[in-house]
Design a protein around this ligand. Structure first.
Ligand SMILES: Nc1ncnc2c1ncn2[C@@H]1O[C@H](COP(=O)(O)OP(=O)(O)OP(=O)(O)O)[C@@H](O)[C@H]1O
Ligand SMILES: [Mg+2]
Length: 291
């Protein structure tokens, strides 16, 4: 479990990126931080692996204040997938994935073997191992980024808009892969996005953020959809927009999500602790009549 207790981050220029944030992130589930640009998502994420240290307040992992942990050691237990994959352009795919392993002293042969296994895990053909990142498609590069994040077999995986830079079809594929991986691996995933549909698809728990990392609402997709906390959440979720006007109706296999045109847009099945909600349909459909 990761816990933020009254955490504030003020940068030297006076910007308060995060102001008195308190948040509990449960283990072995996916928590999604969703909010518009500048709401403090990346800052919150980086305070978990000490790439950013809070100005005040405490961040704990399993009850231990991380301020007392050596950042390099701390990061060995935490995978980090950066936006735009953050790959090293002059290193081959296999070495990009194995870099952290080399750094932690794993023998070269073993590290490369592990990197190949990770390519299987994220659905990348091993034939790409000796290519350079620029010789891969955007989606393939994102997979390398995820494999690299998983390399140290971390309990915690931080993902900062990892699927931002790819087209909708590849994005959807990557999302499904992550859901599959999460079912198999059961990591504590903290996933940042500004896309509410992605948040609903992937999150067991979703925190909708306003400026300054203020939590507008924290809950499961069903809770947020069925009971938006305020106008900000409603407009963010799209419940007040004709094009989406999402609401829930009970269905045979779970809660049906109905869009503004009255069509079922998806199903929220089984919001159990281990299995995230499934969201097979598109939530964004062409709106004809609005509301
Ligand atoms: N090193 C820094 N120095 C000063 N201000 C910063 C620094 N890093 C971030 N900020 C500011 O803190 C606020 C939050 O930034 P952050 O990067 O956490 O937002 P974000 O929600 O991740 O945004 P985006 O969706 O655009 O990535 C912004 O106003 C940003 O300008
Ligand atoms: Mg960011």
């Amino acid at each position: 479990m990761i816990e933020f207790r009254s955490v504030t981050k003020q940068f030297p220029d006076g910007t308060r990126a995060v102001d008195s944030l308190s948040l509990v992130i449960p283990s072995r589930k996916t928590t999604v931080l969703v909010g518009s640009s500048g709401s403090g998502k990346t800052t919150i994420l980086r305070m978990i692996n000490r790439m950013v240290d809070p100005t005040s307040g405490v961040v704990e992992i399993d009850g231990d204040d991380i301020a007392g942990k050596e950042p390099v050691k701390l990061r060995r237990g935490i995978g980090y997938v950066m936006q735009n994959s953050g790959l090293l352009p002059h290193r081959k795919v296999i070495d990009n994935i194995a870099t952290v392993l080399y750094l932690t002293g794993v023998a070269r042969g073993r590290a490369r073997g592990r990197a190949l296994e990770l390519m299987d895990t994220v659905g990348l053909d091993r034939a790409f191992a000796d290519r350079y990142p620029s010789q891969l498609s955007g989606g393939q590069q994102q997979r390398v980024g995820v494999a690299r994040g998983l390399a140290v077999d971390p309990n915690i995986l931080l993902m900062d808009e990892p699927f931002g830079a790819v087209d909708p079809i590849v994005r959807s594929e990557l999302q499904q892969e992550l859901l599959r991986l999460q079912r198999e691996l059961g990591k504590t995933v903290v996933f940042v996005t500004h896309d509410i549909d992605e948040a609903f698809l992937l999150g067991d728990q979703i925190a909708i953020l306003k400026t300054g990392g203020e939590i507008a609402q924290l809950g499961t997709p069903t809770e947020i959809l069925s009971n938006p906390a305020d106008d900000f959440v409603s407009s963010f979720v799209g419940t007040d927009r004709g094009a989406r006007a999402l609401h829930l109706a009970p269905g045979r296999f779970g809660n049906l999500v109905i869009d503004g045109t009255g069509r079922p847009a998806g199903i929220l099945v089984n919001e159990s602790p281990t299995e995230g909600p499934s969201w097979p349909g598109q939530t964004r459909g062409p709106s004809t009549d609005g509301r």
